[in-house]
Design a protein around this ligand. Structure first.
Ligand code: SF4
Length: 300
């Protein structure tokens, strides 16, 4: 069985940066701990690792004792939260991804130009909540039926969640073009997302079984799974090797692997190792595994 790992599998630049900032701050922390508002990334295994290093995850800033350090995760937050953290005299480590900050700036710019702003994305996702918090009267839509229910606007500005499915974005924009004359659209889907989605779709078409690794609560991993499942029914969303069922691979010659932007490399490596162990004689290809690890696996 050939195992092909997508080149784009795993941590994106923004998540890598956020985790690095958090780990460096932990090492420098005198109290041996730092706080994070919400989960730093949507990956249970990486969260457990960070907890064991001293990171404390809280749901609300009121739970953080004054004077402590707090990490703002890559999703970003609304300005009122930053103000509240400053009021509590907390040391803020802002790991908001610069691409998310760019969406904030674009939404603010549209509103200054008197465009009502529509955010395409999941209203409950922290990134969308953060974008919405930067403008006065945000509109949010996550489905085509929500877009159809919107009234007609003389003018409208559009931004989107950085991990939005590109196919949904295209359909949403087509529907909006029928409703709005003066429309200003910023495609704020991050290239890391776009590349992962394109590669997942391509790989899923070429293999017999496709594994998508990442947290069940990870929005971008779920979208990779949906894209893969649409072209290959044998697509499975797993969090780790423990979720794998051996009967998925009956008669399979090629297995594709990709992983969400919040899935650490070490989790991908564990899945690959598990597959190589149980297929005995499996061959690893693709460029999604670091060269040194690939050599180790191949010679094991
Ligand atoms: S997916 Fe893109 S926007 Fe989101 S954290 Fe990664 S690099 Fe930043």
């Amino acid at each position: 069985m050939e195992i092909i790992v997508a080149k784009s599998a795993g941590f994106c630049w923004g998540v890598k940066r956020a985790v690095k900032m958090a780990v460096e701050s932990l090492k420098a922390s005198k109290s041996g701990r730092i706080f994070c508002l919400g989960e730093l990334i949507h990956n249970r295994l990486e969260i457990e690792r960070l907890k064991s290093m001293g990171m404390v995850f809280v749901g609300d800033f009121s739970e953080i004792p004054e004077g402590e350090s707090v990490v703002i995760r890559s999703h970003g937050v609304a300005p009122f939260i930053i103000k509240a953290l400053q009021k509590r005299n907390l040391n803020i480590i802002d790991a908001t991804c610069p691409f998310v900050k760019d969406v904030h700036e674009k939404a603010i710019k549209l509103e200054r130009e008197n465009y009502p702003v529509l955010i395409l994305g999941n209203p409950k996702h922290p990134e969308v909540e953060g974008i919405a918090g930067h403008i006065q009267n945000p509109l949010i839509a996550s489905t085509l039926s929500e877009i159809e229910k919107l009234p007609s606007f003389p003018k409208l500005g559009v931004v989107c969640q950085t991990t939005l499915n590109i196919n949904f974005f295209k359909r949403a924009i087509s529907a909006l073009l029928l409703k709005v004359k003066d429309i200003k659209i910023y495609n704020t889907i991050c290239s890391a997302t776009h590349i992962r989605q394109r590669e997942a779709q391509k790989l899923a078409k070429e293999v017999d079984v496709m594994l998508i690794i990442g947290g069940k609560n990870s929005s971008n991993t779920t979208k990779l799974y949906q894209i893969s499942k649409a072209v290959n029914d044998n697509s499975f969303h797993i969090e780790s090797e423990e979720d794998i069922e051996k009967n998925w691979f009956k008669g399979a010659k090629k297995v594709g692997i990709t992983a969400g932007a919040s899935t650490p490399q070490w989790v991908i490596e564990r899945v690959v190792k598990y597959l190589l162990d149980f297929t005995k004689g499996g061959k690893l290809s693709g460029r999604g595994i670091r060269k040194t690890v690939r050599r180790e696996f191949q010679s094991a």
